[in-house]
Every structure is written in C-alpha cells, then in structure tokens.
Write a protein that binds this ligand. Sequence first.
Ligand code: MRU
Length: 365
Amino acid sequence: MSEKSILDYETVDLDDGDNSVVIIDQTRLPGRTEIIRLHTAKEIWDAIYLLKVRGAPAIGVAAAFGIYVLAKAIVKEGGSGMEFEDFYVKFRKQKEYLDSARPTAVNLSWALNRMEQCCLKAGREEGKNLQQVLDILHKEAVEMKAEDIRVCRAIGENGLSLVKPGDGILTHCNAGQLATCKYGTATAPIYLGQERGYGFRVFADETRPLLQGARLTAYELQSAGVDVTLICDNMSAMVMGNGWVNAVFVGCDRVAANGDVANKIGTSVVAAVAKHYGIPFYVCAPTSTIDLQTPAGKEIKIEQRPEDEVTQMWYKERMAPYGVKVFNPAFDVTDHELVTAIVTEHGIARAPYDQSLAQLCGRKR
Ligand code: MRU
C-alpha cells in the first residue's frame, strides 16, 4: 500500500458530529502532519492568527466552517425558546471576533459576510426557525469549500494557457493546495500541467520569515512529483537572470480595484525583478479576492507581525541582538504596473485593470 501524501489530506474540513473545524496544523509541516480540531472561537481565532491554517482561500473556508460551529453552540446554549434576534446578536459578535484574526486577506471577511447574509435572509427575512437557519449555514459553508475547489481548477486551466511544456516557473510563498481546498491558485497551473505531462521546472522562494515556500510549497510540489528547486528569497534575481524562468505565478490576498495586489512580503521585489528581465508576472486570484471597494493598494491594511518571527523563530538560537528594532510586515503591495495579468476563474484580466476587473466581477454576478 502506498504511503499517504500531504496532498491526500484535506486542508480544511468540518466534522459536524464533533462540532469542530478540522485542519492540518501547517506550523508543524513538513516534519509532522498533525490534524487538529477547533471547537471554540478562541481556538479558531488562534489557528488563523498563528497560521495553523493560512492562505487567503483556506482562511475563508475555515472561517465559514468556524462561524457555523459557533452558531450551533449559540443555539445549544440558548435553548429551545431562543429568538432569532437574540441569536443574531451573539452570532454577529463571534463573526466580528473571527474577522479580527488577520486583516489583509479579504477572503476572511468575504466568507464571514457571506455567512452573515445567509443567516439574515433565512432568520430575519424568511422567518425560518433556528434549526433551519443552522441547516442553511451548514449548506453554505460546505458549498464554499466545493466552490473553492472548482474555482482553483478553473484558475489552473486559465493559467495553463499562459505557459508551455518545459517552462521554468517561479513562485513565492505558498499559494498551493495547503492555502486552498485543492490545487491552490498559483500552483493550479502547475498541478494541471503535471497531470498533462508538461514537465515544468519550478523554483520556490523560501519566503522569509515564516518559510511558507520552503516548508509548504517545496513540500507539496515535491510530493506531487513536480521538478521543484528551493531557493532563498535573495536568489530569485540570479535564477531569473540565468534565463531559467519563463513565468512567475503568485497568489494574492487582496486585489484592489486598480489592479494593485497585496501578497506575501517579498512579492513586489519578485515582480520588479521579473519586469527587469522581461518575464511575465502573473497573479492568480479567485474573484473572491478582488476587492472593488478598495480603490488602490495604498488603502490595503497590511498585517504587522511579532518581531521574534524575524529574530529567532526557526533558529536554534536567537540570530539578532536583543533590543534591535525589527520591521515585520506580513504582506506587501505590488503596483499594478508590474502585473502582467490577473488570472481568475472567470478569465484573465489585463491592464487597464480598473476596467477589466470590474468587467470580470460583473460577469461573475
Ligand atoms: O501569511 P500567509 O501564509 O497566509 O500568506 C499567504 C499568501 O500570501 C498567499 O500567497 C495568498 O494568501 C494566496 S493563497 C492562495
């Protein structure tokens, strides 16, 4: 019997019987594959904040399952006589709490807002009882997971049309299966190409400081049999200069209406170097990551993280002097002028993005 690969595990799942969100604890990978169950609001919040579950789409689905689990607990605690409006006050409080876990990935608030709309429509507009409201929330969360898989596959098909067999592809951070429910976004063209014998050569940036590229992307691509080479972040210019890269594919946490994109810190450096060498820089994003309410990248809130992630986490000993000032933003914004195209499930958007993104989102509705 062949050994189970990391790709055989569900990134995010729901155990309805156990009232829990089930995730792979990604902080333990690749050394240990630990499946953990999240029952309480604090456990779900911590898992998102600590990056046990991470990547914009996976965070969204975890939050959708999470608010459903918490809604069930509210109803259980409220007893059979509970009114919808009393339930909703508590639901909304839990929703806002989960939403506060990480600010940059729009999928978190997108997923929670979608669950809230469902809840209000069923309970307030249609007068459904609380059990029926819970059933509808359950259905919606399960659908969001299924939708994520379909969306990522469609991004993969669209992304694959931009490259050819044997190409070298560079990626930053992890926008892989571990960041979604299957396929990933930036890795979706790579996985589909792998199924079809394209023989891509992939370069994975290690992605300081939390090493999502080394711990997650290199691991999942290697497990799928993809030809992947791990490089430190400061090597991407050399690899591109050597002519080894035909295209860059990255994921994204929020796309502003003008096409500026927030993604893992270091992405904008990769984009600038790619432009220097004339290499196309593609951003893969589900339309749920496009935030037309945010006009430009400078409006996107960038998460700042603890300094020990830079100075000592991952090292046996601290690697910086005590007391040194540390700047540790989790994301940066890549200017739309550096973005060759934004690959979504509904098609490929190119400049001028203020028009093409609005059109794509209109098509979605
Ligand atoms: O801090 P992380 O690991 O959640 O950051 C993840 C990224 O930046 C990904 O590229 C992005 O969320 C897209 S995932 C499909």
